[in-house]
Structures are given as C-alpha cells and as structure tokens.
Design a protein around this ligand. Structure first.
Ligand code: ATP
Ligand code: MG
Length: 775
C-alpha cells in the first residue's frame, strides 16, 4: 500500500512525501523559497481527501486477484482508474469540509481551490480555503450575536478607521500636528493583537503616546460598536474572544475543522496564532509552512516567534525541512542566497536546485525612470516576439508610486498589463479629481467632472444644491457651469449662491491663466493650491501622504509630456490621458504583464521577473537605511523579489529618478552590490554615448537634457515615425503582427492608430511608439 501511495505522489521528493503522509498531529514545514511548501499543502489535502491516513494504517481490505493485479500495475506506474484505487486502499478519507486551509491572500485561496478542483472535481468546493480574515468573517456572521453585535455588521477598511480615529482625536483634544492618526491606529492595533482593552492599555503604560492612544481607543471602539462595525483587527480579535468565551462554538469549529493547514506562517501575528491554537486544540492536526527568510510583515505585527516556538507550543510536533528548490535556475538561486546571507537574524538553510545554470541576472543601470520603463517594455516586447506570453512577465517594485512611469510606457507600447493589489494610476481618486479640474479648465461644460469636484475639497456645497443646479441646467438647456456662474439669479440656489459663484470665479481664473500661456506644470500647481485641494490633503495627516505622492507623480507625468511635445497643450495632455483609459478596454485578454509591489508577489512565480528601482532610498527605502533591523526586513523583501523568478531576473536602477515630483540621484542598491559576482552582468547604459548618431535631426529635441536622457536609456531613441498612414493600409506590428489600419487620429504631436490585427483583434497604438513596418 505504501508503495502505491509513494507511486501516486511520485512527483514529490521523499521529504515532501513525508510531509504529505504525516496527516495527524502538529507538523512544521520550514523551508526556503520555491522548495514546494505550497505544493506540499495542496498534495497533503489531496491525500487527505482521497486516501485519508492510508499510509500509516495497517488495515487492508479483502482483495481479489484482479484487485491485486490492478494495484501491482499501479505500483509500477501504469496508472488507471483512480476511483477504484481509492476504494481499494483508502482508509476513512477525510471529508472535504473537515479541512481548513489558510492562505495569505484571497488570490492564493482561489488558486488553491482551483488546483484542487482539477483533481478532485466537485468535492474541492467543500474545502474551506480562506484567508484568516475571510474564515473569521464567516464564523462571525454566524455567531457574532453572542458578542452583542448584529450579524449584518459592517467591515471598516483602513480609510474608515482613519476617519474614526481623527474624530476621536478632535474629541480628546489631540492635535494631529504632534501625533499622526496612523501612529495612534498602529498602537491600537498592537493593543488588539495583545488582546488589551482600552482600560488595560491605559494601565499598562504611562508614556504620552500610549496614554493618548488608550484615550482615543476607548472612543474609537465605542464608535465602531454603535455603528455595528468592526475593523480588520476586530475580525480576528472578536473571533478569538468568541471561541474563548463560548465552549459550544469552540467545540463546533474544532470538530468542523479537523485538519488545519496554514501557508506563509512566518507572517502571522500573535492573535492569529491564538486563533489557530484554539481551532486546532481539539484534534491537533495542524500543519503550518513557512520561511523565516520571507517574513516581510513585521511592521504589521507579524512575529517570527510563531515559527520559532512552534515545537514548544504544539508538543510532539514534527519538523520537516525541504531544501531542494524547483522554481529557479542555479544562477537566480545563488544570487538570492548570496543576498540573504547578509542577514544576521536568520536560521540559515541550504537551498539547492537541480535546475540548469540559466542566464545571468541582468542588472541594468539607466539614466532615469523613463529609460527604465523603456528597457522593461522593450525586453518584454522582444520576449513576446520570440514566442513568450505577456503573462510570463512580472514587474515588481517597492512602492506603488513607481508604477506610474512603467504604466505609461506599457500603455504607449500597447503592451497589456494588469495591476495587482492597487488601483491603476489613473483610477485613483486624487488623480481623477485633479484630472477633473484640468478637464473643466479645458472644457467648462463637462458637467460630470464639474459635479465630481464642485465640493472636492469641501466647500459646503451639498448634494441637494448640486442636484438642484443640475436640474436647472437641464431644464434651461444651459451648461451647469453657466448656471453656477449666475447662481444668485436662481432662487433654488440662492442660499449657496456665494460659494457657487466663488467656485466659478476660481475656475475662470484658471481658464484665464491657461489662455495666458501659463506652462502646464505651473497651472497644475496653481490648481492644487488655489482650489485648496492640497491644503485639505495635508490637513488630513499621514494616510493622505500617498495621495500627495501620487499627485506629485501626476505632475512628473505632465512634465514628461511637456518635454516630449514641441507644443504641449492642456487638451493634448488630456487626450493622452484619455487614451490610457480607452486603451484598457481593448486589452481584455488574460494574457497581460503583471505589475505589483513585492509585498503582494509573495508565493507567486513567473518565468521573467523585473525588479525595478533597486536604488538606495527606494529599495531599501529611505526610512530604513539607518535601522539595521529594518534593513534586514528590506533584505528579506529582496529575497522574496528575486526568488519569484524562474528563468530570467532583471534588476534595474536609475542614475536619476523623478519621483514624487522632484528629481533625486540615488546610489545603486546594496541589494545589487551584495549579489555574488559570478551571478550577474552589469549593463550600465548611462555610460554609452555611441548612439548619438541615432537621434534624427527631424525630431528637434527640446533640450540637451532630454537628448541625453534618451541616449542614456542606451537604446535606440524612440524616433518620431514620420511615415503617414491611411485607412485601409496594411501594416506590421512587432508584437501583434499584420493588421489593417482602421483610423488615424492626430494626438499630442503623434497619431493614434486604430488597427484591426489579423490575430489579436482591434487595438489602438501610438505611431511613434508602435515601431510599425509597412509590408
Ligand atoms: P514560496 O516560498 O515562494 O511560497 P513554495 O515553497 O511554496 O515557494 P511552491 O510554490 O510550492 O514553493 O513550488 C515552487 C515551484 O516548484 C512550483 O512551480 C511547483 O510546481 C514546483 N515544484 C514543487 N515541488 C516539486 C517537485 N517535487 N517536483 C517538481 N516541481 C516541483
Ligand atoms: Mg508558497
């Protein structure tokens, strides 16, 4: 029987199989990246559902001669009817609903369910694959009344939480000049992790921060209670409390979840450990997997202690180490190992692979972030021409703001992409708001956008006034803006006439400035300032920091637009923006390049990985540079990033970067310098000057700086495509192949071509970027 089971799971190595077959009691699988931890969890579930604990049970059902022959051929690897196999050797298979598998993201949970469904079919749907939060929400929806909440409770996200805490700060007379709302929230979050009530927190310390936090915590919690709302921490905290205080509920779930598995255990916090300990307290069948080198959520209270103390917390635990990496080439693995070795706080392990050497890690240094984006896009386009898919590529970065320049270049090269765990740049609220302002300056009768920002920031113009004005405009057949301009003439608007007229005067002043030739970037600054938008953001404190950074990033985009166009205009810029959103609807296939932060890439893998912005001050981030512990966490992030790559790893850095609206010069990241010499090739494109001839005089560059920027990118500059295109003409695109031009529209000094490609359908591309050929 053992032999057959070994055969069934023959794809797993012996240690992995040991983990698959050890189904009872506590198990800790401690292993490096790509060693098959998640794969083991999946196979373990498969084993549970198909065979139960057959591997360790002595029971053999009475078998006929035919059965023996069937089993023998299985053992020899012939395969055959799986249902029959199960009926012959399975010992009390585990029912799917008795299994709880906890993963780190909803995406991972979905993938797990999908992979199981492929083998198990329908039965896989009954397996509880969830994140900590979704598993707990399900429990709470059922039993939260025991804690005095109603089952229809709302979940507050961090935006909501910030709003509540700000109100409490006001009430308690705490100025947000001295204390950031976010700082208070993180103290409260830690308190919840330690299961401290506001009173207990108050008693536990007498420093100013904690005392203040405790005061606000009280009101914060009351406000949530009254709103029948819970925050993210409450979800776990309340579930733990529910289980601690209600033995019948605890018993129910202990019996329900007889087999519990947790992926990415290194990123659990104390409360999550408590939850797991409670649930696994009945049957003790708990299997956790993790890697101390990939612990990247310390800032959120995750504690590596949960792994280190597992054997003490769950007596009799079996520890299994996996050392073979199946994901990456030898070179990539050596590169990642070389970097993580610089951490002192680690258990240390010996990860090896039988995979081939593979190509060297490509470290590429570029002049600036546009060169970086162009390098990434060109490499992807080249790979796709050679037969790879867009979805074989992932671009990882440390900070969300880095995505803007990359998105821009991807869009212009007509490369489809998808952002994971974040909004696309132009979908973010603050970006949409400012684009709305600019649109109204360009076209005051844009009622939709006018309605969007008339009370953004708050000007005391309420919904009722806005809809009254809209109704008036509609019945009079006038643009809304005209009605607002003369608000004092309309009785329904008379109460707010002053604010409305003041608003239109402000917009009119922008229109005048624009007509008077104020450069676009200065107009942008003026709008931010005069509208009060920036002041309102600043008044809101730290959470809005990213929004401010995004707006600075928008300004960077405007400046790029200005550099690239001989006659930059507001309408030209807005048209270009409109294209970003418009293009997306044409990219509706799943074959897309994936963009995400390194944090959200955990557990995933891709044939080609680009790690962008490997610069001191970006990655590692500027806040961590002087703190050795934080540097170690950043280095673990680098390890996570590098080990996502299967075949090719590209690490890029820029000599100069415009980010958050200002230009900085950064040194190359230590996470490049720590790469073992033999694992990488450095291509410093900032020193090649031989491409000077390549810049055609026909595209008169605006400044020497922009010439050297293009050259610095070290690749043929994007030459203006001087060819003319006409409807019905046949063209050849480097990625999409042959197609017919449907329409040509001048746009921002370039032309937007709509092309019906023979193989991939209709797409819109910019002529200067598409590198089209005529057959
Ligand atoms: P991470 O630490 O990044 O989460 P992991 O340890 O969970 O990685 P997996 O994602 O399970 O690793 O596996 C990495 C890759 O190795 C996957 O493509 C998986 O299919 C493959 N793999 C795992 N085990 C084996 C094996 N025994 N034989 C062949 N391929 C394997
Ligand atoms: Mg994994």
């Amino acid at each position: 029987k053992k032999q057959i089971l070994e055969q069934y799971f023959s794809r797993m190595n012996p240690r992995q199989r040991e983990a698959v077959f050890t189904v009872s009691g506590p198990v800790l699988i401690l292993a490096g990246a790509g060693s098959g931890k998640t794969t083991v969890l999946i196979n373990r579930i498969l084993n549970l559902v198909r065979f139960g604990d057959a591997y360790h049970s002595d029971y053999i059902p009475p078998l006929g001669e035919e059965d023996y022959a069937f089993l023998e051929s299985w053992a020899e690897g012939a395969g055959g009817d799986e249902e029959r196999l199960c009926s012959l050797i399975a010992s009390r298979p585990v029912r799917p609903w008795n299994i709880l598998a906890i993963t780190f993201t909803n995406k991972a949970a979905g993938e797990l369910r999908e992979r199981l469904e492929r083998t198990l079919g329908e039965a896989a749907r009954d397996i509880n694959a969830a994140t900590f939060h979704s598993a707990c929400v399900r429990i709470l929806r059922r039993y939260i009344e025991r804690l005095g909440y109603s089952p229809s409770f709302t979940i507050y996200d961090s935006d909501d939480s910030i709003r509540v805490i700000k109100r409490q700060m006001d009430l308690c007379g705490v100025s947000d000049k001295n204390l950031k709302p976010r700082t208070l929230l993180s103290v409260i979050s830690r308190a919840k992790d330690a299961m401290l009530t506001p009173q207990e927190l108050m008693k536990s310390s007498n420093d100013y921060l904690t005392q203040t936090a405790a005061k606000c915590y009280q009101g914060y919690q009351q406000e949530l209670r009254h709103a029948n709302a819970v925050d993210f921490d409450d979800i776990i905290l309340l579930t733990v409390r529910l289980l601690q205080e209600n033995s019948d509920v605890l018993e129910y779930y202990q019996n329900r979840f007889r087999y519990i598995m947790v992926d990415e255990y290194q990123d659990t916090n104390l409360l999550q450990y408590k939850l797991i300990a409670l649930l696994a307290g009945g049957h003790h069948n708990l299997c956790v997997v993790g890697d101390d080198d990939q612990s990247i959520y310390k800032f959120r209270g995750a504690t590596i202690e949960n792994i280190l103390q597992f054997e003490d917390q769950f007596p009799g635990a079996k520890v299994i180490r996996l050392e073979q990496n199946y994901r990456s080439t030898k070179t990539i693995l050596a590169a990642a190992n070389g970097v993580i070795q610089n951490n002192t706080e680690r258990k240390g392990k010996n990860l090896w692979t039988e995979n081939g050497e593979g190509a060297k890690v490509q470290v590429v240094r570029l002049s600036d972030e546009q060169g970086e984006a162009a390098y990434i896009c060109d490499t992807i386009a080249k790979n796709v021409r050679e037969g790879q898919h867009f979805s074989d590529h992932a671009v990882l970065y440390r900070m969300n703001a880095q995505s803007a320049s990359i998105e821009r270049e991807l869009t212009r090269s007509a490369i489809p992409y998808k952002i994971i765990g974040g909004l696309r740049f132009y979908e973010r609220k603050e970006i949409k708001d400012l684009i709305s302002y600019l649109s109204i300056i360009n076209n005051p009768s844009d009622n939709l956008r006018l309605t969007r920002i008339i009370n953004e920031p708050k000007r005391g113009i309420g919904e009722a006034t806005i809809s009254a004005a809209n109704e008036l405009a509609l019945s009079l057949g006038l643009p809304l803006f005209e009605v607002l301009r003369a608000a004092d003439e309309y009785q329904p608007l008379s109460r707010k006439a002053l604010s409305l007229i003041e608003f239109t005067r402000m917009i009119d002043s922008f229109i005048e400035e624009e007509a008077g030739g104020l450069p676009l970037d200065e107009l942008f600054d003026l709008v931010l300032e005069r509208s009060g938008y920036m002041a309102a953001l600043k008044a809101q404190g730290t959470l809005e920091q990213t929004r401010i950074e995004n707006l600075e990033e928008l300004k960077t985009n405007i400046q790029h637009y200005m550099q690239e166009n001989e006659e930059p205009t507001l309408s030209g810029f807005l048209e270009e923006i409109a294209l970003y959103t418009d293009l997306d609807s044409y990219n509706d296939s799943d074959d897309r390049v994936i963009l995400m932060t390194i944090h959200s890439a955990k557990g995933l893998e891709f044939p080609n990985v680009f790690v962008a912005g490997a610069e001191e001050g970006i990655f590692p981030g500027s806040q961590s540079i002087y703190d050795p512990q934080q540097i170690e966490e950043e280095r673990r992030l680098a390890y996570v990033a590098y080990t996502r790559a299967k075949a090719a790893l590209h690490i890029t850095c820029c000599a100069q970067r415009m980010i958050f609206g200002s230009t900085t010069r950064n040194m190359m990241s230590r996470f490049i310098k720590e790469l073992p010499k033999e694992t990488y090739e450095l291509d410093d494109k900032t020193v090649s000057r031989n491409l000077l001839e390549d810049v055609r005089p026909q595209r008169t560059q605006k400044s020497a700086a922009s010439v050297s920027r293009r050259l610095g990118a070290g690749m043929p500059a994007r030459k203006a495509d001087s060819a003319s295109y006409s409807e019905g003409e046949r063209v050849e695109h480097p990625v999409y192949g042959a197609g017919t031009v449907l329409s040509v529209k001048p746009m921002g000094g370039d032309r937007l071509l709509e092309i019906a490609f023979d193989s991939v359908g209709t797409k819109k591309v910019m002529a200067n970027y598409a590198k089209l050929k005529k057959p």
